[in-house]
Ligand binder design. Sequence first.
Ligand SMILES: Cc1ncc(COP(=O)(O)O)c(C=O)c1O
Length: 435
Amino acid sequence: MSLQGEKTRALYRKASQFIPHGVNSNFRYWGPDDTLVISRGEGAYIWDMDGNRYIDYRLGFGPIILGHADPRVNQIVADSIRDGTVFAWTTPREVEVAERICRMTSVEKVRLTNTGTEATMHTLRLARAHTNRERFIKFEGQYHGMCDYFLYSTASSNLGMLGSRRSPVVGTGTSGVPKAINQYVTILPYNDVEMLERAVKAQWGDLAAIFIEPMMGNVAGILPGPEFLQTARRLCDEYGIVMVFDEVKTGFRIARGGAQEFFGVRADLVTYAKSLGNGFPVAAYGGKEEVMMTIEPGQVACGGTYAGNAVGAAAAIATLEILEKEPVIETINQRGKMLMNGIGEILSEAGIPHVVTGLPSMFGILLGEEQEPMEFRDYIKGDSALYEKICFGLIERGVQPDSDGREPWFLCYALSEEDVNETLNVFNDAVQAAL
Ligand SMILES: Cc1ncc(COP(=O)(O)O)c(C=O)c1O
């Protein structure tokens, strides 16, 4: 059985002739028979080349906060490009985006980039320049983009050797990263405050930053324990370390002000991307004035030809305006709660041990376990084969989460209650078929 219909298969084969594995990002590759080619999206739906419609819960790995092809965002973007796209000068739109981001998130200064990777990469340089230290702490299973420095112990590459929990192996996520830069990263399990405290006390003189996804956006939406973020905050204050929240997935999604607002903890630097532009390429890094003003022309390099370009800036203005004026987050949360509860009930009725993790706007499902997962090692204990089987059943029936349970289910504003009910009916059928 293949997910590809005839036309999808034909275009995928052609794609593979010209594009390595037929995809422009490895995460999109599901093998030669199940990698889809999508012709269009609208609202909560996407259609493949064969005209099959799916209720979309991947949402491009999270950026689609409003819905695919939101006409209001598209209109403002279309209007903006009539005036040109890049000038190597500041434009009024960049000023408006920056003002909006500062207002909504409480960062004091902000710079725009195009992708999350550019944002995290700049943030690391800034933290190093600010502290005059070079090492940073990263947690197992967290993903901070495609930059070499971060490709260690990510969820997508590290299902093999993790090492002892007391001394995690620094697992390079890919070939092609120089061994020499291993020395700059300390890997710790997520949510372990004692290990964090011990590592900081031992290494603080070398530590520029602690990088944290404030919830595990790349491991089933695992939430921070009650003291985790607060402990990291306290340690950063005590030891002069820059606390970085990587909000590429949580920003403008779990609350208007992102994880800082939701968890009530302020970081020194924060990265934003996905929901900032409803699918257009725009991202940002911002934070406390004192740290952001380490950026110094000629001394501390931060920039890019397309940083702040008209398309991304216009998309961000339109998306943030809708997020501020309309009950986007509230609606998503209401639908998300329905889904989380409904999925839980179906799994209970089917006698499948499970935990539904995360928050209504981005949640995960762990099968075969009943204990709330606290870190990547807990996630691995789950029954990912059964999860994948259920997901393939869902996709064949027109509901599309990612079949890899590490990737959360994302919701958009366009998703209706009818869509949720349809999803739950289909979920029930897929579970029955998988047993
Ligand atoms: C938490 C986090 N940080 C950074 C990135 C990288 O963002 P981008 O893919 O836009 O480079 C991602 C991408 O999924 C992410 O989830």
